[in-house]
Design a protein around this ligand. Sequence first.
Ligand SMILES: [Ca+2]
Length: 240
Amino acid sequence: MSKIFGLATFFIYFLGTIVGFLGFERSIWFHKAFINGSQLSSLQNHLHLETASLSENHCAYRCLENQVCISFIDHESSGTCQLFGLGVDIRSKTSSGTITAYTKQVTCEDFGYVSLNSTKKCLKHHHVPLSWMDANNTCVSEGGNLFSITSLDMMEEVLNITFDKDSSFMLIHVDGNDLWREGNWSYHDGSSVSFSPLFWRPTEPNGGMNENCLGLLNGTLCDINCWLSAKFVCERYFFI
Ligand SMILES: [Ca+2]
């Protein structure tokens, strides 16, 4: 009796799943992108789940009900459905590829972040001032890091969307410190910061051993005391 009951439950669950994904319209929830082999490799680095697939709609349904999934590829030839924790940036020219990928969210704003034109980074502004260390930890806990300035375009753009809109962001913590060796500035991943003088405020950096963290003050970089409380901007990648 319990076996029959078990089979019936499984059948109802299976039928419910089939009806569920047959009845939903994929294009409402997903944007289609044609990616190339190298973009596929980037996505594979963020593979969240691989499962058997009955159809493209079935795969889409699996992605939709999965909170981590941002994009998916249904491999018809192998009957597998791959869910990825990263999306495809449809602003870039993705039509050159031949692999069909579907992406759930397509802008930084979909994640509550702000877009930049000069980079695929998404930015988030934090209004509660913290020390550089605590600011950095906050960004890490959100799956990112303090905003890394690697080009003048990027620096200019962040000023346009930050300081120009809210003058209380005149000084913000950004990625970079010389904590481990005085005068040797490095990013969060340990790579060296090689700013041209154009990045630095005139006469900065000038704090020696007392100022080992990087701040963006009114449009130029300066070394600041790591314990100083300031607002900050985090960055995160959501797209390949
Ligand atoms: Ca220093």
